[in-house]
Design a protein around this ligand. Structure first.
Ligand SMILES: C[S@@+](CC[C@H](N)C(=O)[O-])C[C@H]1O[C@@H](n2cnc3c(N)ncnc32)[C@H](O)[C@@H]1O
Length: 220
């Protein structure tokens, strides 16, 4: 009991330091994103063996050849997505569930899709334990989107396809924003904005994500 309390205090201190040195010092200024990064316990999304590294400045392995993204990248993508409390958000690539948890503090509703059954099960259990009840988890191939719940005000993809999947643009609401890494070896972060059915693409920094799998692999 005492051990757990002091662990929580230690993690809270490490989390504050992470936000100060890795997030705010690098230019993240959206107050809601900063608040979410301060509040969501990243260590709950990291496998027990790696937990002591939860607040370091890097991605971490979560098993099944997958990773939880670097905290700064989670903050950058969340800020760029410009999520508002009335928004319905789609995330492709639940992984550990950490990015979805951050989004759940910014949006009205988050739908998140994962293709690896074990990661879907593990992240769903963490959402339940933390009572993040505006997150809806789905098991399946997110490269085709989530038609039954479309359209979405915001879409975020955390695995890299070689090209922007058409289905995701179709499932984006008008005035919607989609952010995703695009490319095979060399990837860039791309933001797509839809206005009156017309899309505009803004290219961002170089990034390194795991490749998107599923149907999209066959057309890359
Ligand atoms: C970099 S990890 C995601 C990090 C995650 N957002 C987090 O916060 O931990 C990428 C995830 O995308 C998943 N993925 C890859 N292709 C997918 C697809 N077609 N549909 C759904 N999930 C996919 C992988 O299994 C992996 O869990």
């Amino acid at each position: 009991m005492f051990g757990r309390t002091s662990d929580e205090e230690k993690y809270t201190r490490l989390r504050r330091k992470m936000v100060e040195k890795q997030i705010v010092a690098r230019g993240i200024h959206d107050r809601a994103v900063i608040k979410a990064m301060l509040e969501i316990p990243r260590h709950e999304f990291v496998p027990a063996k790696m937990r002591h590294l939860s607040y370091t400045d890097s991605p971490l392995p979560i098993g099944y050849d997958q990773t939880i993204s670097q905290p700064y990248i989670v903050a950058l993508m969340s800020q760029e997505l410009q999520v508002r409390p009335q928004h319905r958000v789609l995330e492709i690539g639940t992984g550990s569930g950490y990015q979805a948890a951050i989004l759940s503090r910014l949006a009205g509703e988050v739908h998140t899709v994962e293709i690896v059954p074990e990661l879907y099960q593990r992240s769903s259990a963490v959402f339940l334990a933390l009572e993040l009840d505006n997150i809806f988890s789905h098991l399946g191939d997110g490269s085709i989107g989530l038609k039954q719940h479309a359209p979405f005000d915001r879409i975020i993809v955390t695995a890299a396809p070689g090209i922007v999947p058409d289905r995701l643009i179709e499932q984006l609401a008008d005035d919607g924003r989609l952010i995703l890494p695009v490319g095979t070896f060399e990837q860039k972060l791309v933001t797509i904005i839809k206005h009156d059915g017309v899309t505009e693409q803004i290219d961002g920094p170089k990034v390194r994500f795991v490749p998107m799998t599923g149907i999209i692999e066959k057309i890359n």
